[in-house]
Design a protein around this ligand. Structure first.
Ligand SMILES: NC(=O)c1ccc[n+]([C@@H]2O[C@H](COP(=O)([O-])OP(=O)(O)OC[C@H]3O[C@@H](n4cnc5c(N)ncnc54)[C@H](OP(=O)(O)O)[C@@H]3O)[C@@H](O)[C@H]2O)c1
Length: 326
């Protein structure tokens, strides 16, 4: 010991730091990891007992902290005991869960870029699955029914990307072959990208709306009753951002009436409690916040952590520093 002490949440992240001079690495899991990535869907997930782990005495010496992929009270409470902390590097793109706990003077960096491919892939897969009726066909298969019927399609649709950032641009690149019209929205208008103030005019033209904004005070409830009411009948809302960007009660009301459809990787709350209307609403396709849980995301997150630890230990500038609202 004696170098920069780095806490990482899992062995895969530690492996990425192996052999770095002047860096001491400790694996301290205070929350749930990304899971056994690459596992076939349906493989049981072993629940983490990390929350019960004691906090090592080295907490006072940590300079560079990489919290677990999924937020946990233990993983944020520990920040108060990190007296030498300089950098928190998340392996998530969103940092909404961490910001309120960040001690003053500590630099926060997110994993912008690491999850672009996985999350954009989920968005396109969700769009196609919902429009081509895969959830219903899957249910029919499970029931042993040959349930022939025509479906909707993606071609000729207008796709509105709300939050045209790193992942939003990756979605657009993946949609290039699908014969769709893409419209882009960010905070402020710029070349080829509309501003959030233009949403009321853009929403009625959209067949598919993809939410990819960070969760901030400005985006909380962005997709509210008024937003949803502006969408045309049969429009599909795809949420890969954060559950609370959508007014869930308003969405449930619109989908219950059969006016809108939804494909959701994120919900408010998470996990969705038993009996919640989103579980059983026809027209809603749900996945349990898995868009970024793939081997590629994990490799890229490990690579980012390595680059950032090297930069920090050499006194060089860090990437993905969160300076403003997100
Ligand atoms: N489901 C998952 O597993 C998963 C995985 C990864 C990420 N995510 C979520 O996706 C979010 C986006 O990630 P990213 O890496 O693409 O972020 P990013 O590159 O920072 O892009 C965010 C985009 O949202 C726009 N934006 C911010 N506030 C807005 C507002 N009030 N109204 C309209 N647009 C607004 C930004 O506009 P400007 O360009 O004008 O700033 C930017 O275009 C993350 O914060 C995270 O919550 C979810």
């Amino acid at each position: 010991m004696g170098g920069v002490l780095v806490w990482v949440p899992a062995a895969w992240a530690a492996a990425g730091l192996a052999g770095l001079p002047g860096v001491d690495v400790q694996v301290v899991a205070l929350g749930r990891d990304m899971g056994e990535t690459g596992a076939r869907v349906g493989t049981p997930v072993v629940a983490s007992s990390a929350a019960a782990n004691p906090v090592p005495a080295s907490v006072a010496d940590v300079e560079f902290y990489v919290p677990s992929f999924f937020p946990s009270p233990a993983g944020t409470a520990v920040l108060a005991d990190m007296k030498r902390l300089r950098v928190v590097q998340t392996i998530t793109a969103g940092v909404d869960w961490l910001r309120p706990h960040l001690p003053p003077g500590v630099t926060l960096c997110n994993a912008r870029g690491a999850h672009d491919a996985s999350t954009a892939e989920w968005v396109v897969a969700a769009m196609l699955s919902a429009l081509r009726g895969f959830p219903a066909f899957s249910a029919a298969q499970a029931a042993g029914e040959w349930a022939y019927q025509g479906t909707d399609q993606l071609a000729d649709k207008t796709v509105l990307i709300v939050g045209y950032g790193s992942i939003g641009a990756a979605v657009e690149r993946r949609l290039a072959g699908f014969e769709v019209t893409v419209r882009r929205v960010a905070r402020d208008a710029r070349d080829g990208v509309a501003g959030v103030a233009d949403l009321p005019a853009l929403l009625p033209e959209a067949d598919v709306v993809v939410l990819l904004v960070p969760y901030t005070p400005e985006t909380a409830g962005l997709a509210d009753a008024d937003f949803l009411a502006r969408l045309k009948d049969g429009a599909l809302l795809v949420n890969a951002a954060r559950g609370a960007v959508v007014d869930t009660a308003a969405l449930v009301a619109e989908v219950s009436r059969g006016r809108l459809r939804a494909a959701l990787d994120v919900t408010d709350p998470e996990p969705l409690p038993p009996g919640h209307p989103l579980w059983s609403l026809s027209g809603v396709f749900l996945t349990p916040h898995v868009a970024a849980s793939t081997p590629v995301s994990r490799q890229r997150a490990a690579g980012l952590v390595r680059d950032q630890v090297i930069a920090y230990s050499r006194g060089e500038p860090l990437r993905n520093v969160i300076g403003g609202a997100y």
